[in-house]
Write a protein that binds this ligand. Structure first.
Ligand code: NZQ
Ligand code: ZN
Length: 410
């Protein structure tokens, strides 16, 4: 097990009706001026925004609203938010929405105390200013990105088509209000994309070069098993509170870094994040592509390409999540080699994972996302800028490898 440092500074306030406690939670932290960031209108239509604003009023918190964050949020919008936050002298940026809204709020909070362009922070041309920034808080409406407790914020620069994540402990929200009832209104497709994303957050960490870490492995496989069990329940009954609640909690645990403890190298987040890297190019070039839907296509394709570099990790996943074991070729008198039995078990595991994503309504091919062979050159161009000529962990990938992976799932 590798050394690690883990802290989860975000206070999670979880359960039925906690939305109405938002104002009190902020006031108890001495916060008094909230810039309320939201997306393209779901929280207006569902009444969530009104409930949050009422709770701010009841707690005596002044507020100003800043809506319009799109899925796969843009840098330009965050820049506008920075101006709005400065003008309002906000001491807290309160996100009411999903990952796109929370990431916009994080970008705004980092941008307010920084004199230059906030994009400098995402390109690492400058370091975030510690101290003096407004705090981030959120009311989560979709379990997916895990931004409600993660150290990351992801924005897209539409001028360069670069989608970049910025990881800093400064990004962790001070408090996340998690009311599973708010997710009853999620469309099935968004529910499914969120479920896929949370599985991917666990698996990116699981497939690291650091070998087995039994405690973390059990945690990861247990989380995925619970997600696989709960997913069909919410699709059958979108208002099933317990299934919604379990998925919401799983989404947070998938990405607050607990799922990688002991597998990170040199204090870095565990895993190579290959599928996220390749997916981010899809949703940067076409923001209509839901991040989770892109992952549903890319992650199995990546797995099929690299499994031979870490077959034992795939066997662990198969055994613990899907009850798939290689057949014993000697005992069962099977006409195959042990290597072929391992290959069969690994490929069955990948098939099973992909079948799970597809059973939720997620795509199997890039074509279903509107991506064609003609788009691959452009994807590789920005991928190389973001990731360098080689990237990945269990198997280093060149741009030629990335091309082969994209081509394998057209
Ligand atoms: O914009 P509105 O109208 O609010 O609608 C949203 C949006 O269309 C809708 N929605 C959200 N809650 C709803 C709802 N509709 C009905 N009822 C509700 N309760 O769902 C759509 C998707 O929302 P979005 O916030 O985009 O989803 P998600 O949480 O998946 O966030 C995706 C973004 O997060 C980034 C992704 O790359 C993408 O940009 N990620 C952020 C990470 C992080 N900060 O740690 C890690 C992830 O790996 C990911 O990269
Ligand atoms: Zn993700």
């Amino acid at each position: 097990m590798n050394d690690f440092s883990f802290s989860m500074p975000t206070q999670v306030v979880f359960g039925r009706g906690v939305t109405d406690r938002t104002g009190a939670e902020l006031a108890s932290r001495g916060l008094g001026r909230a810039l309320v960031v939201y997306g393209q209108g779901s929280v207006v239509r569902t009444g969530t925004l009104d409930r949050v604003l009422a709770s701010l009023d009841a707690a005596g918190i002044a507020h100003s609203e800043f809506g319009g964050a799109r899925p796969n949020p843009s840098l330009a919008h965050a820049r506008e938010g920075i101006e709005a936050a400065r003008a309002f002298e906000a001491d807290v940026i309160l996100a009411v929405g999903g990952g796109s809204v929370i990431d916009t709020a994080k970008g705004i909070a980092l941008g307010v105390p920084y004199d230059g362009d906030v994009w400098d922070l995402y390109t690492h041309a400058a370091e975030p200013v510690a101290g003096g920034k407004p705090t981030v808080a959120c009311v989560l409406t979709i379990p997916a990105a895990g931004s409600e407790a993660s150290a990351s914020s992801v924005l897209t620069n539409d001028e360069t088509l670069l989608k970049k994540g910025l990881s800093t402990e400064l990004n962790r929200p001070v408090v996340s209000i998690m009311d599973p009832e708010l997710t009853f209104t999620l469309p099935a497709y968004q529910t499914a994309a969120g479920i896929t994303d949370m599985c991917a957050h666990i698996l990116e960490r699981f497939f690291s070069t650091s070998g087995p870490v039994p405690v973390t492995d059990e945690l990861d496989c247990g989380l995925i098993r619970a997600i696989v069990d709960e997913a069909p329940r919410v699709l059958d009954d979108p208002t099933c509170y317990d299934a919604r609640a379990n998925l919401m909690w799983a989404g947070t645990l998938a990405h607050n870094d607990l799922a990688g403890c002991g597998r990170g190298v040199d204090g870095k987040r565990a895993g190579g994040w290959e599928s996220h890297g390749m997916e981010h190019e899809l949703s940067a070039h076409d923001p209509k592509i839901a991040h989770g839907a892109g992952l549903a296509v890319i992650m199995p394709a990546w797995m099929r390409y690299v499994w031979q570099s870490a077959p034992e990790r795939f066997l662990t996943l198969g055994a613990r999540v899907f009850d798939i074991e290689p057949v014993d070729v000697v005992e069962d008198c099977i006409d195959a080699t042990p290597e072929e039995a391992i290959e069969d078990a690994v490929l069955a595991t990948i098939d099973e994972l992909q079948a799970f994503f597809c059973s939720l309504g997620m795509p199997r091919t890039l074509g279903e996302l509107g991506v064609t062979a003609d788009d691959i050159d452009a994807l590789l161009e920005t991928l190389e800028i973001n990731k360098g000529a080689e990237f990945g962990q269990i198997q280093r990938l060149t741009m030629a490898d990335a091309r082969a992976i994209y081509e394998s799932c057209l």
